[in-house]
Design a protein around this ligand. Structure first.
Ligand code: BGC
Length: 446
């Protein structure tokens, strides 16, 4: 098979080509129609936060029809979006907010009208503030709160939606939000991290069970962030440091679901998490997902370090390594996708694999009303070739979702890093298809 000119017809017929977004990053309308506040609303509207907010974001709440039409125009077939928990339950639990419930019916119905397959993510980081005030993910009661929310959503939308994703990247929201304080809710320290991590892993499996119970024919998955981790050099202590970093970033949340427990084999200090266990938790952590999603963005070079304790490893920043970096300061390393696909494919009880986010960001401007993002086109060409090669090698890869449709609010980093295949003018909310968008359209043309 020559890869000179890659075509979508070289992929299996039923391969899913989609695009992914999340509620907080796109919807805006932060207080509209009875919506309650989430941890991200509070975090970004605090005076200490300097990178804007998602109060308007990309105005998806008002422009969902135009955006779904864009997906159609670009020949993509699937739309992964998330539900904002506080649009459904402003206080996290209790009485549902009918206007919020109706909004997602409208989004789903419009997808069907345009023959776009909806894929719902139940949790993409926007925890209700009312629940954070009670401890959020560090409080074991989150199991009840999350179950209540998932039960409602799956009963409400289950007859219309087959594909369900329980969580988006637990390591990101637990690590950045409860250990580093860089993301909402801005908490720091090992205690918060370990308790939040354990409750998240329990919810990951329990969410899966609720979807299965309420929608027997559902196709159920969950997503994981992943990073290629290489040692600084081949000194044994750096090699071991890289192994620990890999366990933390790539194994921590998937292995308990597969029945393998937390990766204490290489990070013995992680056994402190057992403090948060109750009888029967080992069983409760497991769920037999139909698929997993992996989301790969960058490579990490690890070295031995006394800090942080337990991990005894840190990262050599990409800025000090003379490599290509994105505006987020991460190394752009498309090649690493193959390594991650192989690594996750090795787990025997992982069934189907999707790349549920694939993208790259740049700091971009329209020039003469156009955006010639050849660098993004190159990135997609390279990574699509990797996907094709992975399938030939027998890796159980079933689809790819681009991150993302329209440039959006990139969390703590604001609107400067642009990930879209469609440019957004955040003042006028006018969309302009980038060269990469046209390239995708052509690539997917029948
Ligand atoms: C998240 C997205 C985010 C993207 C780019 C992923 O970690 O799921 O919400 O925008 O990475 O940083």
């Amino acid at each position: 098979m020559a890869f000179g000119k890659l075509k979508s017809k070289y992929f299996p017929k039923d391969f899913t080509w989609g695009v992914a977004t999340s509620a907080y990053q796109t919807e805006g309308a932060w207080k509209a129609d009875g919506k309650g506040l989430s941890i991200w609303d509070e975090f970004t509207n605090d005076r200490k936060f300097k990178n804007g907010n998602g109060n308007i974001a990309t105005d998806f709440y008002a422009q969902y029809k135009e955006d779904i039409q864009l997906i159609k125009t670009l020949n993509l077939k699937a739309f992964r979006f998330s539900i904002s928990w506080t649009r459904i339950f402003p206080e996290g639990v209790g009485q549902p907010n009918q206007a919020g419930v109706d909004f997602y019916h409208k989004v789903i119905d419009y997808c069907h009208k345009k023959d776009i397959e909806p894929w719902i993510t139940l949790y993409h980081w926007d925890l209700p503030m009312a629940l954070e005030e009670k401890g959020g993910w560090t409080n074991r009661e989150i199991l009840d709160w999350f179950s209540y929310y998932v039960d409602f959503c799956t009963k409400e939308y289950g007859s219309k939606v087959k594909n369900w994703i329980v969580l988006n990247e637990p390591m990101s929201f637990v690590g950045l939000g409860y250990f580093m304080g860089y993301h909402a809710p801005g908490r720091k320290g090992l205690k918060d991290f370990l308790s939040a991590a354990h409750h998240t892993t329990l919810c990951q499996a329990h969410g899966g069970r609720i979807v299965r119970r309420n929608i027997p024919e559902a196709y159920i998955g969950t997503t994981f962030s992943c990073s290629v981790v290489s040692p600084k050099n081949f000194w044994p202590r750096h090699i071991k440091a890289a192994r620990r970093m890999d366990a933390l970033l790539n194994r921590f949340f998937i292995e308990p679901a597969l029945g393998l427990g937390y990766p204490t084999d290489v990070i013995p200090g992680l056994n402190r998490i057992e403090k948060y266990f109750q009888a029967g938790d080992e069983e409760l952590l497991k769920f037999d997902f139909d698929f997993i999603g992996i989301q790969y963005y960058f490579r990490i070079i690890a070295q031995f370090s006394l800090l942080p304790p337990i991990l005894f490893a840190n990262e050599i920043p990409a800025s000090k390594r003379n490599v290509k970096t994105s505006p987020l300061g991460m190394e752009i390393y498309p090649k690493g996708l193959m390594k991650m696909l192989k690594q996750f494919n090795k787990y025997k009880n992982v069934k189907d694999i999707y790349v549920t986010e694939l993208g790259v960001c740049f700091d971009e401007k329209l020039i003469g009303g156009k955006l010639e993002d050849d660098n993004r086109v190159k990135y997609y060409k390279k990574t699509f070739k990797i996907c094709r090669r992975a399938i030939i090698k027998g890796i159980r890869l079933r689809g790819v979702f681009l991150w993302t449709l329209v440039d959006n609010f990139e969390w703590a980093d604001g609107i400067k890093p642009r990930f879209g295949i469609v440019y957004n003018n955040f003042r006028t909310q006018k969309r302009t298809i980038k060269k990469s968008g046209y390239w995708i359209q052509e690539f997917l043309k029948k």
